[in-house]
Design a protein around this ligand. Structure first.
Ligand code: SAH
Length: 393
């Protein structure tokens, strides 16, 4: 068995069951492990610490499979996947919803594997060389445990390069339609499985869509970065007076319009703006337009810590404009899904934006990613989505 020997004093992090071992914590590698294969982790004193996947190209040199001495085989993955799905059983309301994240990678103790269920289709993303190495076993376990044979792969993210992996998309097994219908919160949505962003739908916002819907009754809503209309459809369902949805993607807006018709909201007053949010918000400010509730759900401006400064300016910019576009007593719902922007920094950015907009604001609620995107206590990095509901008063 190939081995990774830790430097003296670096055992603490493994002892605390964090799933990553960085290259700087490693004293030596014994053997010649291939990319993604398993290695035993040994402390400087010769103690066994667990088994991980070796990733020679990445700074995250090892991702831990287990902190016990057990076999990494089909049965191991069957158990891990089963446990991951059981972890969600209390929140899977099958009468109303048909889409969830089933596996959230490190937080579900399967590093590098994301699995989203959209009705009877599973969409997988494999982001680490360890999960890539065991891909056939993982797919077999997924089919066995879920009973679903329709699997589509969307391993088309840049992070794969860091692991020495090429992109891969396509059908793994079964029949994959271009589009699929899902139920969420009493609404129906069309999800474009094959060409859409992410794995097709922003499942991490499900609970937040419900929470925000409560504020929409009889209000003028601006949904910025609307994608396929998640927040807009809930707003329409909660009797918003008027909705403006803005996104730079024509395809996303086309699906949003179809989603609106599908849910029978064709009579709502709804304006669709295709374009850049930074320009669109400025234009509305110059036109002195006002709204009762503004939602800002931008894409990841800071994928890593290196992008934080630029991202912070971008967040401040849109939040400042967001506050300016609000009527007195209006509500700003603002998100960041950047792992590199922590909750406290995000709040500071929003605070600076309010100051510059000349607005006094208070926090009504703090929002977070939904519970099917859990955060392990041993892996705080798993938490990425944060949001604030602010009252301008
Ligand atoms: N709120 C959505 C998810 C938003 S994802 C939901 O609940 O489903 C981010 C969206 O921002 C994507 O739809 C993307 O097309 C859009 N986007 C990215 N950059 C943009 C920009 N500069 N201006 C406007 N929209 C942008």
């Amino acid at each position: 068995m190939n081995k990774v020997i830790l430097k003296a004093g670096k055992e603490k992090i493994v002892n605390r069951h964090h799933p990553w071992i960085f290259s700087g914590a490693i004293d030596s590698v014994i053997g010649d492990p291939e990319n993604g294969s398993q290695v035993h982790i040994i402390g400087s004193n010769g103690n066994f610490f667990g088994i991980g996947a070796f990733s020679p190209y990445s700074q995250i040199r090892v991702r831990m499979w287990t902190f016990e001495n057990e076999k990494i085989d089909q049965e191991f993955f069957d158990k891990r996947i089963d446990r991951s799905i059981k972890r969600r059983s209390y929140l899977m309301d099958k009468d109303h919803d048909s889409a969830w994240r089933l596996i959230h990678a490190e937080s579900d103790q399967i590093p590098g594997l994301i699995v989203d269920q959209y009705s009877d289709v599973l969409v997988v993303q494999i982001l680490s060389s360890g999960s890539e190495f065991y891909r056939p076993l993982l797919m077999d376990s997924l089919r066995k445990v879920t009973g679903i044979n329709n699997i589509y792969e969307r391993s088309d993210l840049d992070v794969r390069k860091l692991e020495g992996l090429k992109e891969r998309t396509g059908t793994v097994s079964g029949n994959i339609p271009q589009e699929i219908l899902i139920n969420e919160g009493g609404y129906q949505f069309i999800v474009d499985l094959q060409s859409s962003q992410k794995t097709g739908f922003y499942l991490d916002q499900r609970i937040n869509r419900r929470i925000i819907a409560e504020y929409c009754n009889n209000k003028d809503i601006l949904d910025v970065f609307s994608f396929t209309g998640g927040f807009s459809i809930y707003a329409a369902g909660n009797n918003a007076k008027k909705i403006v949805s803005l996104d730079s993607s024509a395809e996303a807006l086309a699906l949003a319009k179809r989603n609106q018709a599908l849910n029978g909201f064709s009579n709502n007053e709804h304006e669709w703006i295709e374009g850049d949010a930074f320009q669109g918000l400025r234009k509305m400010r110059d036109q002195n337009r006002k709204f009762d509730l503004v939602i800002l759900d931008p894409p990841k401006f800071a994928p890593t810590a290196a992008h934080v400064d630029r991202a912070a300016r971008a967040y401040k910019d849109i939040n400042l404009l967001g506050f300016k576009l609000l009527n007195p007593g209006g509500i700003l719902v603002t998100f960041s899904c950047s792992g590199g922007i922590h909750e406290s920094l995000f709040q500071k950015i929003v605070s600076d934006a309010a100051l510059d907009a000349g607005a006094y604001a208070t926090i009504l609620e703090r929002l977070f990613q939904g519970p099917d995107h859990p955060v392990s206590l041993t892996f705080p990095e798993g938490g990425y989505l944060k949001g604030l509901i602010c009252l301008k008063n």
